[in-house]
Write a protein of this length. Structure first.
Length: 174
């Protein structure tokens, strides 16, 4: 990266917790005044000092490495379960891999899948909720799996598969 033309915005929102509210900006010196952000106040000094100690000790790096391994394992378990149980709708990594995308090529009612999944106690979202222009593409589900225990993934995908089938073939109305 070119340090004279690139700004880096980062936080610990995803790597630790949103409640920690610690973030930072690395910017070229000439941009400092333009990058000042009005916030709801600074994080408490104790949190800043604790995070600094966490960084200096190397524990933050260890936490990140362990998290990457844990999430990679969950992503692989999820991909395997999706490939077995919903083979007509291959998932993609969604970029960073934390929220796989499942295009619903043979389903026209993505909101129906979201509702059916919720009835089965599986929360998913449709990509169009996040990107309005995505609604022009095939309906696509966004899956989150980071907070699922490894052992719960297979069952959750089974319930999602049932929701996809139910939305694809709704019961006849009388």
């Amino acid at each position: 990266m070119d340090p004279e033309r690139v700004c880096l915005f980062a936080s610990v929102t995803r790597t630790l917790a949103p409640a920690v509210r610690i973030g930072w900006i690395v910017a070229p010196r000439r941009w400092i005044s333009e990058t000042e952000i009005v916030t709801e106040g600074e994080p408490p000094l104790f949190d800043q000092l604790a995070f600094a100690a966490f960084l200096e000790s190397g524990d933050y790096d260890r936490h990140l490495r362990a998290s990457r391994l844990r999430y990679r394992t969950r992503r692989e378990l999820l991909a395997d379960a999706l490939a077995r149980q919903i083979p007509d709708h291959p998932a993609s990594s969604g970029g960073a891999g934390l929220q796989p995308l499942v295009p619903l090529h043979r389903v026209t009612d993505a909101p129906g899948v979201v509702i059916e999944a919720a009835r089965r106690e599986v929360r998913v979202a449709e990509l169009g909720e996040f990107r309005p222009l995505a609604s022009a593409q095939a309906p696509t589900l966004v899956l989150g799996h980071c907070n699922l225990p490894d052992g719960a993934i297979e069952d959750a995908v089974g319930r999602l598969a049932a929701a996809v089938r139910a939305a694809a073939h709704p019961p006849p109305t009388s």
